[in-house]
Design a protein. Structure first.
Length: 300
């Protein structure tokens, strides 16, 4: 979706270490608005979700498909935006051969290349040594792949996922990954009903060998619990809400701090950083035995 951008009165100039995503976040903060609104105001070509919400701009972080829109909204020369996209490294550190800004599908081959680690964090070892361990926010952005200060590729910061605790957990994580993109449907148990809600997804993930109750709240009390402070394993279920009143959401941990869940109306089953979902109430490990954590849901 391309809009005729308005000229913004004041726009923070991209600084050292900024990539497109971190800069758009700073623009949003300066105007007290959402990142989606800021992206539209800046003239970025954005996709729109079924509920009218703004999704990621096209080629976000890799290249800018709408330099004219950005220049018109900010008054900054187009070269400024070239410097905050990964395309600046094309032909040197990164291979973006085949990228066509007129065709969104040209991103698909890029996503299979080694540098295109869009779902995990990386780090610049020199920056970490210099800062004493401070972790710049932009490293956690989806397209962060190279350090503009040291002109190095960022290195993987996480080990691969911890092995699932059992074959049942392995099946559950594989099932959940296969459902990414399915619609959220309240009360939904699968594609036959048009999609999943949060507990419908987790229940279906374990259905091959473990029967879970239907709701997130009753999931929680089915256990067995993961001890507080213990590392989460792939296949663990993580819960949000108050066990004394209502657990309202459940997600399936797939390792490396990532979860798969069916968020809410107008969204699809997706992978997310657990840390971005807020404080959780607890976790269970359905693949462990026996089922049941010795607790009972509050009466009523």
């Amino acid at each position: 979706m391309a809009l005729r951008p308005r000229r913004l009165a004041v726009v923070p100039r991209p600084g050292t270490g900024d990539f497109l995503g971190s800069w758009v976040d700073r623009v949003a903060a300066s105007y007290g608005t959402s990142t989606g609104n800021a992206a539209r105001w800046l003239g970025l070509e954005c996709r729109v979700g079924s509920g009218g919400s703004t999704l990621r701009p096209r080629f976000y972080g890799v290249a800018v498909a709408s330099r004219a829109g950005l220049a018109g909204a900010t008054g900054l020369p187009a070269e400024v935006f070239n410097r905050i996209c990964l395309s600046r490294f094309s032909g040197t550190a990164l291979d973006s051969t085949g990228l066509d800004l007129s065709d969104d599908r040209s991103m698909h081959p890029l996503m299979r290349r080694e540098w295109a680690l869009f779902m995990r964090s990386r780090a610049c070892p020199r920056c970490l040594a210099k800062s004493g361990g401070a972790w710049p926010v932009w490293w956690r952005l989806g397209m962060a792949a190279a350090c503009p200060g040291h002109r190095l590729l960022l290195v993987d910061s996480y080990r691969r996922s911890v092995a699932p605790s059992s074959a049942a957990a392995q099946r559950a994580t594989e099932f959940a990954k296969a459902q990414i993109g399915q619609l959220y449907v309240w009360g939904g148990d699968g594609p036959a009903e048009g999609g999943f809600d949060c507990s419908g997804l987790t229940r279906a993930a374990y259905a091959a060998g473990i029967t879970l109750p239907r709701t997130a709240h009753t999931h929680y009390f089915a256990g067995p619990p993961v001890p507080p402070g213990a590392p989460l394993l792939a296949g663990d279920l993580v819960f949000f809400g108050n066990p004394k009143t209502k657990i309202h959401h459940v997600v399936l941990h797939v390792g490396d701090g990532k979860v798969i869940h069916a968020p809410t109306f107008g969204q699809r089953v997706q992978i997310a950083e657990l840390a971005t979902l807020g404080r959780y109430a607890g976790a269970t490990r359905p693949s462990a035995t026996p089922m049941g954590n010795g607790l009972a849901p509050p009466a009523g």
